[in-house]
Design a protein around this ligand. Structure first.
Ligand SMILES: Cc1cc2nc3c(=O)[nH]c(=O)nc-3n(C[C@H](O)[C@H](O)[C@H](O)COP(=O)(O)OP(=O)(O)OC[C@H]3O[C@@H](n4cnc5c(N)ncnc54)[C@H](O)[C@@H]3O)c2cc1C
Length: 529
């Protein structure tokens, strides 16, 4: 077994891991990043969904009542995401949820987070898009919104639109380096300052270190690149400070597995999991109506069928984000794209809903499906159960795992979903433009690509595992900076908020590193500056 030491050990290389890795390395620390997935670059992205390629860098993790889609590679979700980059509205930071009191730390408001959002937007960078950047599918949503008396806007994205070829494959990694994933900013900048990023290293435990000056011993296994369920070697790295950023599904499991050896962990670890209130629907557009009502048309069969839908996320309406409205009634509606394998999305009306003649007829109309994502206010009702022997879940096949999450939507979450479904119908069924088919859990669980909240920050020790500074309560020098730390669903796509929180957390991590004798520069510029 290999035994090594480092100053700062970062677990996971998505937004929550890459950002602290950069600042700590640039500040002068020895930084090691352990990442479970493989490392890939532009030329490796095959732009196909063939087994053996896509399922090497993306995992679908099935729980009980919820399935999560997540990146599994150096760069984490940033490599496979759609790059919609939005700040959470102010009211989100004031949410009370079902606890009846403010969930976010007192110090954290939207205004307080704005300087950190500014930094991330500059570092990635994020591009403001305009109507010429909007796909036909986004245009349909925008025109329908306008007819129904709503506004709709192009969505800002972490994409260099001048380099984008509109190839529609950003889901499986951008071959043109137009998508500004973490492979193009924070991670190479961290490596330029000496950070050691190790792909295919899966962390299993974090335990107290017996080595003088080192607080934690991080145990890992090295995964076989051809079969992630096989391991080739194991090792331990002793670190002065540990930053856990294995994603909201990975982080709580590592902590739960380590709980006894750590002498206990806060009860809130592995509770309060949120799927960001995500709700996917399909509007089956009546093409004649699109022509007569919206004045929109396209060559026969050119959209939305299969892949050629244009850029994956281009337009959204923010009209349902009224800060004065009651909680569980606010949401964003966004045009989105899902690949052909998600044909189960649209539910046939009769029974059975997912096969049979009616379903076949629906599938024949696939080219007219407009896919939509509502991001609502859920109730953080997810919990994590019995810890698997290794890893974050039991691997069933490449790209597929059985997780330990249970999610039973409460009446409040269902109310939020119902409101979003009704709003979609008001917009897209007006005058027979389409038939909206909301997600049905009869066929598949709640599905989210936005896992959050399983080890969250807050002021109340009973309901938040982390302090305002992202430190695990009772465990000095052990930080969580990924989506797990986000206290509530956000009503928008979460990556920019996860990243801004990680930027904000760096100051506390640097202070803790200094306590263990690692003196660091604090005036580190943005990556690439
Ligand atoms: C298809 C898709 C589309 C999306 N589109 C958008 C979008 O348009 N806008 C948006 O804001 N968000 C989007 N998201 C969500 C976004 O990608 C995530 O919110 C974000 O990446 C979460 O950041 P994170 O740091 O919490 O975790 P991640 O980015 O998931 O990073 C966690 C990393 O930890 C690694 N890891 C896990 N367990 C271990 C372990 N035991 N040891 C070592 N490493 C481990 C994982 O492999 C992963 O690389 C999308 C996600 C997907 C899957």
């Amino acid at each position: 077994m290999t035994v090594q030491t480092t100053d700062v050990l970062v677990i996971g290389s998505g937004f929550g891991g890459a950002i602290p890795a950069y600042y700590l390395a640039a500040g002068g620390a020895r930084v090691t990043v352990l990442e479970r997935g493989p490392r890939a670059a532009a030329a490796d992205f095959t732009h196909s969904m063939r087994l053996g390629t896509y399922n090497k860098i993306v995992d679908v993790i099935q729980g009980d009542g919820v399935s999560v889609v997540a990146g599994n590679c150096v760069g984490g979700g940033s490599v496979v995401y759609f790059a919609a980059s939005l700040r959470a509205p102010s009211f989100v930071f004031e949410r009370h949820g079902s606890l009846g009191r403010r969930l976010w730390p007192a110090a954290l408001t939207r205004a307080a987070l704005d300087p950190w959002y500014d930094r991330v937007e500059e570092a990635l960078p994020v591009t403001r898009t305009d109507w010429p950047d909007v796909s036909y599918a986004g245009g349909v949503l925008a025109a329908a919104c306008r007819r129904a008396g709503h506004t709709c806007n192009p969505v800002p994205v972490a994409v260099d639109t001048s380099a984008c070829t509109n190839c529609n494959w950003m889901l499986s990694g951008c071959r043109f380096d137009a998508k500004r994933s973490l492979l193009l900013n924070y991670l190479p900048a961290a490596e330029a300052h000496g950070a050691d990023i190790r792909p295919l290293h899966e962390v299993q435990t974090v335990t107290p270190s017996p080595l003088s000056g080192h607080r934690y011993a991080v145990g890992y296994t090295v995964l076989d690149p051809d079969d992630y369920s096989c391991t080739s070697e194991a090792g331990v790295i002793h670190a002065r400070v540990v930053v856990l950023a294995a994603g909201a599904v990975g982080t709580p499991v590592i902590l739960q597995r380590s709980a006894l050896l750590l002498g206990g962990i806060p009860a809130a670890v592995g509770r309060y999991f949120s799927g960001n209130g995500d709700r996917v629907s399909v509007a089956d557009i009546v093409e004649d109506k699109a022509r007569s009502l919206l004045g929109l048309s396209r060559p026969d069969g050119s959209a939305y069928q299969g892949l050629p839908v244009g850029r994956p996320i281009t337009a959204a309406t923010y009209d349902h984000l009224d800060p004065t409205a009651p909680e569980y009634s606010r949401f964003t509606l966004q045009q989105i794209y899902f690949p052909p394998l998600t044909n189960l999305l649209a539910q046939a009306a009769g029974s059975p809903a997912w096969f049979g003649v009616e379903k076949r007829n629906m599938r024949a109309r696939w080219r007219s499906w407009l896919t939509l994502l509502a991001m609502t206010e859920d109730d953080n009702e997810g919990t994590f159960g019995v810890v698997p022997l290794t890893g974050g879940f039991t691997r069933l096949a490449p790209g597929l795992g059985q997780g330990t999450m249970t999610y039973r939507p409460t009446s409040r979450t269902r109310r939020a979903w119902d409101r979003a479904d009704t709003a979609l119908r008001d917009i897209l069924e007006k005058d027979g433009l389409s038939r909206v088919r909301p997600w049905s859990e009869d066929v598949a669980d709640t599905v989210t690509a936005h896992p959050l909240g399983s080890a969250r920050i807050g002021d109340d020790p009973a309901t938040s595992a982390l302090t305002d500074g992202h430190e695990l309560r009772g465990h000095s020098g052990l930080f969580v900076t990924d989506g797990a730390a986000v206290p509530t669903s956000l009503t928008v796509n979460p990556s920019l908020t996860i990243a801004a929180l990680a930027e904000r957390a760096v100051a506390t991590i640097v202070t803790r590193a200094a306590d263990t004798g690692v003196a660091l520069r604090r005036d580190v510029p943005l990556p690439g500056r």
